[in-house]
Design a protein around this ligand. Sequence first.
Ligand SMILES: O=C[C@H](O)[C@H](O)[C@H](O)COP(=O)(O)O
Length: 285
Amino acid sequence: MAASASDVAALIESAKKAAAFQAVEDHLSPTDKFVGIGSGSTVVYVVEAIAAKGPSFSANMTFIPTGSQSKGLIRAAGLRLCNLDERPVINGVSVALDVAFDGADEVDEDLNLIKGGGACLFQEKLVAVAARKFIAVADSRKQSPRLCTKWKTIPIEVLPLAAPDVLNRLKAMGSPNPVVRSGLPSKAGECVTDNGMWIIDAPFPPLLLPKDLTAEVDGTGKNGAWEIGRLAEELVKLPGIVEIGLFHGFNGVQAVGLGKEFQAQKPVAAYFGTPSGEVQVQNAA
Ligand SMILES: O=C[C@H](O)[C@H](O)[C@H](O)COP(=O)(O)O
């Protein structure tokens, strides 16, 4: 007999929960001081896992949110909240977050991410790049060889005034039918982000990795074939785009080696809960 929709939904929730609890167990150290908390339905279990460790475990920790949902989760769990721009400054530099946990809409085999399915990508990226270590948590539906395979659109945060021009430019770049996200069913009109912006969902064919490029396929969008880094570079140049939901490039550990601290967008590991109750961990190479 096929599983009912509610059985499937329960399995997905338990997969997310298992991934979140395992990620917190492996990556949140009792000595950590500043911890980023992302947005979405999986991060709810990250906060639950932290709270389950008891008040003494997190007594010396401060939690940095990625938006209003995240702020609410931190407050409701009784954890200490601090906005990203309010953390202490030492020698003229805001302290790095020890670790940040966040969900993802799709994760490719090189740990590039699509984020923003819940319209929270901008503050999430700010928090991810401010963290020494970024950990993604999800259920196994989010695992994919290449981005835009399962989650077929890239969420892009735009200034509302610029939306019509950005839509035209996206079409010229080969995105068929990009659309401004609707706020329905909960809000009539456009979906408005925590930053007062709109989200455009731009479909693209599966995004190539650098290892996919050849003399014939250079990843610059010819015949619709974009390599992630090249597409991201072109998108952020478009006037009116505030931030894109592609988290790509390198992770925090690689960033230190490259002397590019505070630019790392990719996680060092992604945790995927499966319907069978296992957790698969995808670590950076
Ligand atoms: O905008 C929302 C965020 O990027 C979420 O982290 C992402 O959509 C994953 O959310 P969920 O854990 O609900 O699948």
